[in-house]
Design a protein around this ligand. Structure first.
Ligand code: FAD
Ligand code: NAD
Length: 498
């Protein structure tokens, strides 16, 4: 992120898009854009970018882009789809840039099927114009899941054969909204989807059975009326596809806010309840996206689910009821999204996406020393991680949280952390304040090489270490650099980012 000029916030952008000003220079006309035409608009004062086949005039947006003008210029006059997906595929550009829409890319003559599958031809095509990257190589095809269905008088069972030997609840995401059923199975970095408009109505609740060892997943729906179904339903566009996860759009369901409690003077713990017809377990280390309509524009921001509290007893894996999502959110007095969150009342609904993130539990499963470097709300991914580490990592010797905050009043769950440190000798917490008041006797400062060399140490010479870091971007970037300078390898460091 770069500092934006005053008057160039997201809210200012939304206001401009609603002002009726002609932002494309085409007076509301939509045109068909050729590749040659697109290439001509490659300067800051005249910049067009193609995303998924649609062309936008982003010149008026330049000064409002949180990543800065130079980042946007990298895609000037070209297809920016890949770049966009790499940096923030979750940003709902369709809504944000709808007033900048110039038109569609002109459709090129369709290449013969065999040509499309060749690399060179694929490169030449504009991303947005490709049918979709569904062509898998032979080994991936062998792994493609399949599905079947059957019925009784009162139920419909959809069986998905995942061909995976280690299926678990976190890899199965099912939503049934009205008559629309969507069942997603995560297989490494791929996703298999069953998506149909059901033949008849079903009851709200459903049952999911997962045979972990054989990789069979059953979705059992209860019929609303005990009639015989002739078919499961009409397949929707992405039905029965097995593609890279990153090529699937984000899916949202509406969750109800059931409680809101204060954590500190500016941070709240929100409890959301999933619809009865949703099966979603958010893995440790992953985040979700929340979506709200603010002044008529869809705004999306990432948040990392936590637990309702820090469990003190780690003998049993903590029981997860599967229905609630807890979010710890700092409300910024000038924050666009968090001020809208703060206005939500108990009983209101908010859209929550499928989980994302590149943290894998296997990274921590064999660690002896775990260090968690958190700044401010960068504490959120550490909550589940701490719980997982203390419960399920058998070779763990110790886990140390080094928690950076501005003042004492900003420390999240301080007394819970202190209690945990007293209860479990493997856990240690160190608070470091950047703006302490006079009475603070503890450590002060910001992240630095000397501070890290004091606090991050192997318990024995060759012990297996994992260091996780999360906070404001400069904090995370500096931290990673200092750790590397101190001799820790890339594999020993995990930085949480979007
Ligand atoms: P914004 O309107 O974006 O602004 C917030 C503050 O920063 C304001 O004071 C604003 O003036 C300033 N600001 C923002 N951008 C700029 C800029 N470019 N230049 C100058 N000043 C700027 N937050 C949580 O509270 N809990 C979580 O669990 C959580 N999880 C996250 C997970 C991930 C993967 C990531 C990337 C972020 C997470 N965040 C979390 C942060 C969250 O996504 C939002 O960024 C945060 O809530 C602020 O949103 P906002 O729209 O209210 O604030
Ligand atoms: P804050 O402003 O209260 O700062 C907390 C501490 O971070 C400070 O005391 C200081 O020690 C350190 N810090 C702040 N700015 C720094 C800088 N420029 N250089 C070095 N250290 C710095 O923090 P906050 O308002 O709670 O913000 C938390 C941040 O964490 C947000 O930017 C949020 O997006 C990010 N976050 C990221 C994830 C993720 O990527 N998975 C999850 C949660 C939060």
């Amino acid at each position: 992120q770069v500092p934006l000029k005053p008057g160039r916030s997201l809210m200012d952008w939304i206001r401009l898009t609603k002002s009726g000003k002609d932002l494309t220079g085409l007076k509301g006309r939509l045109i068909e854009v050729t590749e040659d035409e697109l290439a001509k608009h490659n300067k800051k004062e005249d910049c067009w970018i193609c995303i998924r086949g649609f062309v936008y005039n982003v010149t008026p947006y330049m000064e409002y882009h949180p990543g800065g003008e130079d980042e946007l210029m990298k895609a000037a006059g070209t297809d920016g789809t890949d770049l966009f997906d790499q940096v923030h595929r979750w940003v709902n550009y369709e809504s944000m840039l709808k007033e900048c829409l110039v038109g569609r890319m002109a459709v090129k003559p369709v290449a013969a099927a065999k040509e499309i599958s060749t690399q060179s031809e694929e490169k030449k095509q504009l991303n947005g114009m490709l049918p979709e990257k569904k062509v898998l190589d032979a080994s991936a095809k062998d792994l493609t899941p399949s599905y079947d269905w059957f019925q009784t008088d009162s139920s419909i069972t959809i069986v998905i054969y995942t061909k995976q030997k280690d299926m678990n609840a976190e890899l199965v995401i099912v939503d049934c909204q009205e008559k629309r059923l969507r069942g997603e199975i995560i297989v490494d970095d791929h996703s298999y989807l069953v998506e149909v408009d059901l033949d008849h109505a079903v009851q709200e609740d459903m049952t999911i059975n997962i045979a972990e060892k054989v990789g069979k997943v059953e979705i059992i729906l209860r019929k609303k009326n005990n009639i015989h179904w002739k078919m499961l339903g009409q397949p929707l566009e992405s039905h029965n596809t097995f593609i890279r996860r990153t090529d699937r759009g984000l899916f949202y369901r509406k969750c109800k806010l059931v409680s809101k409690t204060e954590v500190t003077h500016d941070t709240k713990l929100l409890c959301l309840v999933l619809p009865k017809s949703t099966h979603l377990h958010i893995p440790t280390g992953q985040h979700v996206y929340l979506k709200q309509i603010i002044a008529g524009t869809e705004v999306v921001k990432p948040y990392t689910p936590v637990l309702p509290f820090l469990p003190l007893d780690f003998k049993q894996p903590s029981h997860y009821d599967g229905a609630h999502i807890y979010l710890m959110i700092k409300i910024y007095s000038c924050g666009l999204f968090t001020r809208a969150i703060d206005c939500l009342q108990i009983g209101d609904y908010i859209s929550v996406s499928n989980p994302e993130g590149n943290f894998k539990k296997s990274q921590v499963q064999t660690s002896e020393d775990v260090f968690l470097l958190a700044a401010g709300t960068g504490f959120t991914p550490m909550v589940k991680l701490l719980n997982f580490t203390l419960t399920e990592v058998s070779c763990l010797r110790r886990v140390k949280l080094i928690f950076f905050n501005k003042t004492e009043d900003d420390i999240l769950w301080r007394s819970q952390l202190e209690q945990l440190a007293l209860k479990d000798e493997r856990f240690e917490v160190q608070f470091i304040l950047s703006q302490p008041t006079k009475g603070w006797l503890g450590k002060q400062g910001k992240i630095s090489s000397s501070l890290l060399s004091d606090f991050v140490k192997r318990s024995r010479k060759d012990s297996k270490v994992l260091i996780c870091i999360c906070g404001p971007t400069p904090f995370t970037e500096q931290g990673v650099q200092y750790l590397k300078d101190l001799g820790y390898s890339q594999e020993e460091i995990h930085a949480f980012t979007a």
